[in-house]
Design a protein around this ligand. Structure first.
Ligand code: ATP
Length: 626
């Protein structure tokens, strides 16, 4: 019996004892208290010959009262007598605390009342009612809790802590094929080989070829890694075992390793098949990285490595893992014979985005004007999951305004929703509205006047559910794989355009620029410590390894000297300050336009690309003619 099973037995016994104590000392006394009357009332009932039947136990007397002949008190509505069962029932049974009454039996006998004594839990039924009944709700709650933790009897349930939770799905049941995945061309080519192998492992044996046992899908969240693994199983028509790394490392110590063992046992019986471990970083985290010595995670990882090593060649089981934190994985996982094949699942290109949108709008009635390519064009950086979300939001919007078909405008609004969140109904006070209007106009105008920045698509001062009081949306014209130093400086100036406008117009900043400052500072920090863009520090990287796909702040290496750290801070400050000054200068130069656009924005709440571009173009023409 492993630790997990022992634990479950103790837990079970503990729950039983608890339930018994609950039944005996809480439920029973409570139940007995219901309908309790004073002894004097019992005697009065006896005297009035109202008592029908009496049960005497050690400390209590329970008796049935005869049906009363009192006038019918049932309510009458519209001439119809309504039943009043509830009242009747509670009035029929009464109980009293048994006092020392030497004449009790005599009284009962002389009144010719049927009476009897029941010792505590005399009958099986009484035992059942006394213990099992109050226990029942507890057992139900208990069952529900454990069912949520993975099923009571089935794999992973309370009676099988050591068993893996891998849900087995037949290949056909995943129902996923490569035709359901958009823009995964390269990953698909690499996975084809695995599919061929799964379809006919013997063929590879003949040539003495060894296939990779483990395939690691690496990429940002929502890029379709799970979908690709499912499609691999679907195409090869083999069973697909799905489990998440975090569910290996359970709340019960000692379970993870047993789960791994069991999962592999199950899978080997079903070979050829695929085991897919999502979020493999939860177990595969480098043993060096895990402070506090998480031995549970380490045991699980060791078991996983041992199982992979113990595979015979080409036994038909392929393990696929997915992670968006490859940088923290234990190197031992990547060695030959383990996850020796890595497939990068990247954010989709424009073409890929169009394909994904097509897949997710297959069943959506689209207006003929909808051009999915142009939706793909304005959504660089969006993952497959984001695009699926946009297609769904657009369909929801169309359904809400009862349109026949989804229009380009629905897609436009859907993109905005995904980026900025839903509009909030809370109105801003005129004073805040004014500040927000200048802030957003600041961003927008710096973007409009600075060459090389992405065009402004929309400026809004309608608060959103993502916490913004307003937003300026820029839309890139193409996917950008490489960004120059100047482009980064331009981006920073645009980020600080809001604060620049506040300083220029109101002479003081507000807290509204906090997120802008965060982004600008992070950009400056990366320019200095990651991209070697500070002449003072030279082409040296001072950044500690960062998360590849999840973003987050970049930190300096621990071995960076104190003097260097001081220069790094100074350089970051210089870059951010320069960007702010740059933004202020642009806005000063176009202050008239700043007031004009901010005024329109306060009035209309939203300004679109065409409107703002027309004002800026007019200003440029006027400037030339002066
Ligand atoms: P995570 O790293 O967050 O677990 P993931 O990379 O495993 O994410 P999936 O769970 O496979 O991503 O994708 C989430 C959803 O996004 C899918 O169910 C699908 O609807 C959609 N999706 C993602 N990528 C694609 C794609 N390339 N083609 C079609 N749909 C996609």
């Amino acid at each position: 019996m492993d630790k997990g099973q022992k634990f479950s037995v103790w837990f079970f016994l503990g729950a039983l004892i608890f339930a018994w104590l609950f039944a005996e000392y809480i439920y029973k006394p409570y139940a007995e208290k219901q309908g309790e009357v004073p002894y004097s009332e019992f005697l009065a009932d006896l005297d009035a010959s109202n008592v029908e039947k009496v049960d005497i136990t050690e400390g209590r007397i329970t008796y049935a009262v005869k049906e009363t002949t009192s006038p019918d008190k049932r309510p009458i509505v519209g001439g119809v007598i309504l039943s009043n069962k509830k009242n009747k029932k509670t009035e029929n049974l009464k109980s009293v605390v048994r006092l020392t009454d030497p004449f009790l039996i005599e009284r009962l006998a002389s009144a010719d009342i049927e009476f009897g004594g029941i010792a505590k839990h005399d009958t099986i039924i009484d035992l059942f009612m006394g213990i099992m009944l109050p226990l029942l709700p507890l057992m139900i709650i208990w069952y529900l809790i454990f069912r949520n933790m993975g099923g009571v009897g089935g794999a992973g349930g309370i009676f099988s802590f050591g068993r893996s939770r891998a849900k087995e799905l037949q290949g056909e049941m995943t129902g996923v094929h490569f035709s359901d995945i958009g823009g995964a061309g390269e990953a698909e080519v690499e996975l084809r080989e695995i599919i061929d192998f799964l379809k006919d492992p013997k063929r590879f044996d003949k040539f003495g070829a060894k296939l990779p046992r483990g395939v690691l899908l690496v990429g940002p969240p929502g890029t379709g890694k799970t979908l690709l693994a499912k499609a691999t199983a679907g195409e090869a028509d083999v069973p697909f075992f799905f489990i998440t790394g975090s569910s290996f490392v359970e709340m019960f110590v000692g379970v993870g390793a047993a789960r791994v063992r069991d999962l592999f046992d199950q899978a080997k019986k079903k070979a050829p098949c695929i085991i897919f471990v999502d979020e493999i970083d939860a177990i595969g985290q480098s043993r060096m990285n895990v402070y506090n010595g998480n031995s549970e995670q380490e045991n699980t990882l060791n078991q996983l490595l041992a199982e992979m090593d113990g595979f015979e060649d080409n036994n038909g089981v392929v393990i696929m893992g997915a992670t968006n934190r490859p940088e923290i994985l234990d190197q031992a996982l990547m060695r030959p014979g383990r996850f020796d094949r890595q497939i990068q699942v990247v954010l989709p290109t424009e073409e890929g985005r169009e394909e994904i949108l097509k897949i997710h709008t297959k069943k959506v009635p689209l207006a003929p004007e909808v051009d999915l390519r142009s939706v793909a064009k304005v959504t660089p950086g969006f993952s497959g999951a984001d695009l699926a979300n946009i297609a769904n939001e657009a369909a929801l919007l169309a359904a809400r305004h009862k349109a026949e078909k989804v229009s380009p405008n629905d897609f436009d609004l859907a993109i905005e929703r995904v980026v900025a969140g839903l509009q909030r109904k809370t109105p801003l006070t005129p004073e805040i509205r004014k500040k927000v209007a200048y802030h957003e106009t600041g961003h927008a105008l710096v973007a409009c006047y600075l060459p090389g920045s992405d065009p402004v698509h929309k400026v809004s001062i309608i608060p959103t559910t993502k916490g913004a009081l307003g937003y300026t949306m820029q839309r890139p014209t193409e996917d950008q794989y490489l960004v120059s130093e100047n482009e980064l400086k331009t981006r920073m100036a645009v980020m600080l355009g809001g604060r620049a406008a506040e300083l220029l117009v109101f002479n003081e900043p507000t807290t509204g620029a906090s997120n802008d400052l965060e982004r600008a500072t992070e950009t400056a920090r990366r320019m200095v410590i990651e991209f070697g863009m500070s002449s003072k520090l030279g082409p040296v990287r001072y950044a500690a390894p960062a998360m590849m796909y999840l973003g987050g702040a970049t930190h300096i290496r621990e071995d960076t000297g104190d003097d260097t750290a001081v220069v790094i801070d100074a350089e970051i400050r210089r870059l951010v300050t320069e960007a702010q000054e740059h933004a202020i200068n642009i806005l000063k130069e176009h202050e008239k336009i700043l007031h004009e656009v901010a005024g329109i924005l306060q009035e209309k709440e939203v300004i679109n690309h065409e409107e703002i571009q027309a004002i800026v173009d007019r200003d440029k023409v006027e400037a030339q003619s002066e």
